[in-house]
Design a protein. Structure first.
Length: 450
């Protein structure tokens, strides 16, 4: 199995790439910690334009689904936005289990990561390279913009949390094993979905947990490793999206149940999380597309000929691993509402898409403001974290600490934004109404004429 410190064929052969090692740094930060950053040597507003384009796309979808009048009324309905924030915070308060587990295990995971890299000289080299052509203010603003493009990064990418993956694997395997005993097994609540997804979930989390351990022991700089089997090019992104999806499904189920006061009374089991698959994985794929595509392209680049010239394909792959990551994340902003839709679905792909359309029709204006507010909050807190940490003298640990504290700040924002999306999903559900006798008579169908 070969490590990927850089993708040499793509970087070396792409026309005009030169020796821009900042591209490699940006790629390593994205793959190792979901920290999006600029691959350009000079400060750029490209990330801001990508974010504005994504919001414009969401506005366009809202106008199509709601019509201009209703969409604008919702966008400028300030009291409703305040109520949405209050209701989202109430869901989080009643979801103590999900808040404690995600924040607690993430804190453990990131702290161990900081200890591992504390004395790595590469950290100081990366910091000097990043600050070489940028002032502190420019760097803080740029990193804030990139964080705003990924407001749900910490909840959609929970598969990278090794302690959480281990716990999820154990719980999923335990529940799956109980069903293998047939009629004689102990009584338990029947799963809401076929066992195939339960088995796929624990296999996926176990496989990704082991893969992450391999990354920790490799010299790849936490970039994907491959070169063993051609199937890994598709297989590794697949287990990534499966692992991310099952953890997100659990978070969504907890937030959904918090609205009706169930999370404090029920005994934890995995049925409800499994019941939101594969829709939850679709949500991860739509919300963090650059996460999976970067892995796919990097692993695929191992099989390019070493003497490949600057063909159109090589230039396209080079762009995808640099500015393409930023543009793709901007394009994903209109699809973040899928998280609110899948929480109230049966987990099927078709049902998730239908629920998203229903959410746009009923709450599109509120969704637009929620996504904008989440991006602004994540971007502002991240910018402050970078300015404070990077103002310190260059040390081996400063850049990784700045990335870590930025994620500490945006994880609660991601949870709150996810709770708001779940609330909007509930508001968009169809409601049943009683039909009186006269109404029923009027609704009686008449025979169709040929």
């Amino acid at each position: 199995m070969n490590g990927l410190s850089t993708p040499p064929v793509i970087w070396a052969q792409a026309a005009g790439s030169g020796a821009n090692t900042l591209e490699s740094l940006a790629l390593r930060r994205w793959c190792s910690g979901l920290t999006l950053s600029s691959p350009g040597l000079e400060p750029s507003l490209s990330g801001l334009w990508a974010g504005l384009a994504g919001l414009a796309g969401l506005l366009f979808l809202t106008l199509i689904m709601q019509g201009p009048a209703r969409a604008l009324r919702q966008v400028f309905d300030l009291p409703s936005h305040v109520r949405l924030v209050a209701q989202a915070m109430a869901r989080l308060r009643h979801s103590g289990r999900v808040v404690a587990v995600t924040i607690g295990l993430t804190l453990v995971s990131w702290t161990v990561g900081q200890i591992r890299t504390f004395q790595h000289e590469q950290g100081k080299v990366d910091l000097l390279l990043l600050t070489k052509s940028r002032s502190l203010g420019e760097l803080g603003f740029e990193q804030g913009v990139m964080a705003a493009l990924t407001p749900l990064r910490d909840v959609l990418g929970l598969g990278d949390n090794l302690p959480l993956m281990l716990v999820a694997t154990i719980l999923l395997f335990r529940d799956a094993a109980e069903g293998w005993g047939g009629p004689g097994s102990p009584e338990r609540r029947p799963p809401v979905r076929p066992s195939a997804w339960r088995n796929a979930a624990w296999v996926g989390t176990a496989a990704y947990f082991l893969y992450r351990l391999v990354l920790l022991g490799s010299d790849s700089g936490e970039l994907p490793v491959g070169g063993c089997l051609t199937l890994e090019v598709v297989g590794i992104p697949l287990i990534m999206v499966l692992a991310d999806g099952i953890v997100l499904a659990w978070v969504l189920a907890e937030l959904r149940n918090a609205g009706v006061g169930e999370t404090g009374n029920d005994v934890f089991n995995t049925d409800q999380a499994v019941g939101l698959m594969p829709g939850a994985s679709l949500t991860c794929l739509a919300g963090l597309p650059a996460r999976y595509l970067a892995t796919f392209v990097l692993l695929g680049s191992l099989y390019l000929p070493s003497k490949a010239g600057p063909t159109l394909l090589v230039r396209l792959l080079h762009w995808q691993l640099s500015w393409g990551l930023v543009d793709l994340q901007g394009a994903s902003l209109p699809l973040l509402g899928l998280a609110g839709a899948v929480a109230w679905s049966r987990g099927t792909l078709a049902g998730t898409v239908r629920g998203f359309g229903r959410l746009l029709s009923a709450e599109g204006g509120h969704l637009l403001v929620a996504v904008l507010a989440a991006g602004l909050a994540a971007g502002s807190l991240s910018a402050v974290a970078y300015v404070l940490l990077l103002a310190m003298p260059p040390q081996t640990w400063v850049l990784s600490a700045a990335d870590g504290y930025a994620h500490y700040a945006t994880l609660p924002i991601g949870l709150l934004a996810l709770a708001a999306l779940v609330e909007l999903g509930e508001r968009s559900l169809p409601t049943a109404t009683l039909i009186g006798k006269s109404d029923a008579d009027q609704a009686t169908p008449t025979p169709a004429t040929e």
